[in-house]
Design a protein around this ligand. Structure first.
Ligand code: ATP
Ligand code: MG
Length: 806
């Protein structure tokens, strides 16, 4: 331990010395920025405090001010404060906020961070108590899976029935509940024939032999140590004189136990959270932790905050309207003094690409200040998606128009592992000489072609001056590789040849000089059932076993990866062939040199927790996508409620402008699927929502200019309707039949044919949405709108509800 150790032996200095009294007399201007409730929470320095309040009410602000107050009054030194947040980004922000208030960087606060980062540090000090050395390694998921696979094989367990990833997931969930193998309850163990606990036990032993931990161990081991070694626990109870926890609603059981143990002696623990923002149930978070705080810490001071400082009244009302749909909430009403501002904007688009295009244009207009209102910086805008595959459309669009963006909390779409893998397959298929790509895929999924086999291939390739793929061929011919690996490699080589032959029919960008003719001459006649390049891509991923690899993967990320792959394949439709697509990607990715300066943020709703932006876009509000079908299938009503909390989190990130959108059609795996607007949209309170007219079919509005642009837009849309994608969609349309554009045209232009309507008919109005006709009077219709109430409108601005193409 260095003399600047994080703990810096500091005990007994809390006595009311002159110096500490002098500290206490220092000015506290930061307190003036708080409202009375916040101030009460900050000034109640000792004893348990719970701040349970809605979004944007200043919980994090109060928490950080409390840290400053502890420091300024001399109650604690920086190294005596344990402050836990959820993400690294949140931890960084916390440090910055504290630094700003202190007027100097918040140095020497080693115990401010995420649960994991703090537990790693602690565990290194006490590793030997759980049979590890202090230099233990932390395994990533891949290593973890490899290790488990070995154990499963050694135990003769059928990994078809018990896929490795599934077992990994089970073990993880046990760790989240702070159960060591011995502590897993009998009923739970029996649910997996007691095999799960056996493997878990062996796995833990093996980790110890390797001097390693996985992620879940970091907390589990610390809880184990605290429970078994009173002296160690007592030491930390003294050291961490004050404990503060942000986003408490998302702690899992292990985290909860760890905190409770540390706070048990002095009970100086301040937790802040919002039950309506609990969004990590799928990772074992227990919202019950926050609700039982008062039981765990009797006499806790409970502070409720109701004034929201972040958002406009319209935004707050919209969020409140949605979250009201959940049962069993504590129920909190928020108010604000902020100016009314703009209503939440709602817009339905034709398809996902159009949605991305529109958002791009809006962002540019906001940046220029031509949307109305002052010009905004890109840093002030964020796009929050439910699923990471939604990012593809936005990233592509932004790269194309040169709009700087950053993806927070994950790699950019084309940099994701599964996308790189898939593209490596496409690259090999298009150009079999692409050694780098071949190297990437040759043993992904696993084909028994480890380092040794790959080195041999290299030797053959180099010795003969050929590509790696050809090297592999030669190696096989020479029987330099035998067994299962050889059979699988041979199958792969054959597959690549076959795929390559198909890809050539789609037109590779052959050299444009004379030998072009030669190349084309060599091509046999195209097979009758030639698949499209989109179908080819799908086949490549399926036949290679790549898709299956992720289907068998039971980690939480796997479904998202499969969705990304689907998104990738869908996007191919926009290109003539695989090569055109690969070129597009290399060009757009090249465009993006790391620019300094302002950028639009793109992230998932989960990653947006605790953050705020003046303008927020919430795209993809379609049933199945959001709320996510998967989470509803897996967890039923509970899942739906968690989705609704995510919607609440999303809306409440916005300060001034919140735009929700949905698309009527999405391409999924090369097929068009029509989607229904999210049920959450119907839960938005209509008084606080402005329904925007989508561009395209309806043009920019009514009147001559509007008509003009409608006609113009329709002309450009003709391309869409004549495209193969559209036709295929028409053929494959399984759900709702969609209106032909011609029908729409007659409706819009000729809608004065009033007799076309009858009382009771469902119609759609561009401004007021859906409704039913209650009366007809000349060219005016009385309509009871679902959202906007009873209105009289001119018939030509209405169309039949069935004709609405989104
Ligand atoms: P979330 O639930 O989303 O995490 P929160 O409750 O943590 O929200 P903060 O992020 O702390 O809310 O605060 C929201 C915004 O309101 C911040 O911009 C913050 O600076 C501001 N704010 C908080 N309290 C006050 C106050 N008393 N006076 C003025 N502004 C405040
Ligand atoms: Mg917060």
């Amino acid at each position: 331990m260095s003399s600047h150790d994080e703990f810096d032996a500091f005990e007994g200095a809390a006595a009311a010395s002159l110096s500490s009294r002098a500290m206490a007399a220092r000015p506290t201007p930061y307190l003036d920025e708080l409202n009375p409730a916040q101030r009460a929470a900050v000034e109640a320095l000792d004893g348990p405090v719970l701040m349970l309040a809605g979004a944007g009410t200043g919980k994090t602000k109060a928490l950080t001010t409390r840290i400053v107050h502890l420091l300024m009054t001399g109650r604690a030194r920086p190294n005596e404060i344990l402050a836990v947040t959820f993400t690294n980004k949140a931890a960084r922000e916390m440090k910055e906020r504290v630094g700003r208030m202190l007027g100097q960087p918040a140095e020497g606060m080693p115990w401010m961070g995420t649960f994991h980062s703090i537990c790693v540090k602690l565990l290194r000090r006490h590793a030997e108590l759980v049979g590890l050395k202090s230099n233990f390694t932390i395994l990533d998921t891949d290593d973890q899976i490899r290790l488990l696979k070995q154990l499963i094989a050694a135990n003769n367990i059928d990994d078809k029935r018990w896929p490795t990833r599934m077992i990994a997931g089970i073990i993880d969930s046990w760790k989240n509940r702070a159960w060591t193998p011995e502590q897993v309850p009998a009923s739970e163990a029996a649910a997996y024939n007691n095999r799960g606990t056996e493997i878990y036990d062996q796995y833990q032993r093996r980790l110890k032999e390797l001097n390693a931990t996985d992620f879940g161990d970091l907390l589990l081991h610390m809880v184990t140590i605290f429970q078994a070694h009173e002296d160690v626990l007592a030491q930390y109870q003294r050291w961490f004189r004050y404990i503060l926890v942000d986003e408490y609603q998302d702690t899992n059981t292990a985290q909860y136990l760890w905190l409770r143990l540390l706070a048990a002696a002095h009970k100086n623990i301040c937790c802040v959270g919002d039950d309506d923002q609990s969004i990590y149930g799928w990772r074992g978070a227990e919202v019950g932790n926050i609700l039982r705080f008062e039981k765990d810490f009797p006499g806790a001071k409970v502070v409720r905050l109701e004034q929201n400082y972040r958002s406009t009244p319209h935004i707050l009302a919209a969020a409140a309207g949605v979250i009201r749909g959940n049962q069993g909430r504590l129920g909190k009403e928020l108010w604000t003094e902020a100016e009314e501002g703009e209503k939440v904007r709602l817009i339905g688009h034709w398809d996902g690409d159009e949605e991305a295009r529109w958002v791009g244009e809006e962002i540019e207009a906001m940046q220029r200040g031509t949307r109305g209102g002052p010009a905004m910086s890109l840093d002030e805008m964020a796009i929050l998606v439910r699923a990471s595959h939604q990012m593809r459309a936005f990233e592509d669009r932004f790269l194309t128009i040169g709009l700087p963006y950053r993806v927070i909390g994950g790699p950019r779409f084309y940099e994701r592992m599964e996308i790189r893998d898939a593209m490596a397959y496409f690259r090999v298929v298009v150009s079999p000489d692409d050694d780098l790509a071949f190297e990437r895929i040759v043993n992904t999924p696993k084909r028994g072609l480890g380092d040794k086999a790959q080195q041999k291939m290299q030797v053959f390739a180099r010795a003969n001056g050929v590509s790696l793929l050809d090297g592999a061929r030669l190696m096989l011919q020479d029987r330099a590789l035998t067994g299962k690996g050889a059979a699988q490699l041979s199958a792969l080589v054959d597959q690549i040849d076959r795929w390559h032959a198909v890809a050539r029919f789609h037109g590779l960008n052959q050299p444009t000089v004379d030998d072009d003719a030669v190349v084309l001459d060599e091509l046999p006649a195209p097979p009758k059932n030639l698949v499209t390049h989109v179908e080819l891509a799908e086949q490549i991923l399926d036949e290679s076993g790549y898709t299956e690899m992720w289907q068998n993967d039971k980690t939480p990320e796997a479904p998202g990866r499969l969705e990304n792959l689907k998104e990738l394949v869908s996007h191919l439709e926009a290109f003539d062939n695989l090569q055109g697509f690969l070129e597009h990607v290399s060009l757009v990715m090249d465009n993006e040199s790391e620019t300094e300066g302002a950028k639009v943020s793109i992230m998932t709703l989960h990653a947006a927790k605790g953050l705020e932006f003046p303008a927020v876009f919430l795209p993809g509000w379609e049933d199945g996508l959001f709320p996510s079908q998967r989470s509803m299938d897996e967890s039923g009503l509970k899942g739906l409620e968690e989705e609704r909390r995510l919607a609440y989190v999303g809306i409440t990130r916005a300060e001034e402008l919140c735009t929700i959108s949905f698309a009527g059609n999405r391409r999924v795996f090369g097929q068009w699927q029509s989607a229904l607007p999210s049920r959450f949209i119907d839960e938005l309170p209509e008084d606080h929502v402005d329904v925007l007219t989508p561009p395209g079919l309806y043009g920019g509005g009514f009147g001559a200019a509007g008509m003009q642009s409608q006609i113009h837009d329709r002309a450009s849309r003709a391309d869409v309707y004549n495209s193969p994608g559209w036709k295929r969609m028409q053929e494959r349309q399984t759900n709702r039949p969609m209106a032909q554009p011609q029908e729409v045209r007659t409706q819009v232009i000729d809608a004065t044919a009033i007799s076309a309507y009858t009382v009771g008919e469902r119609v759609f109005h561009q401004k007021f949405g859906y409704g039913a006709i209650t009366g007809i009077e000349g060219d005016k219709l009385d309509i009871a709108f679902d959202k906007a109430g009873q209105k009289k409108v001119v018939a030509k601005f209405v169309m039949g509800a069935d004709d609405v193409p989104f």
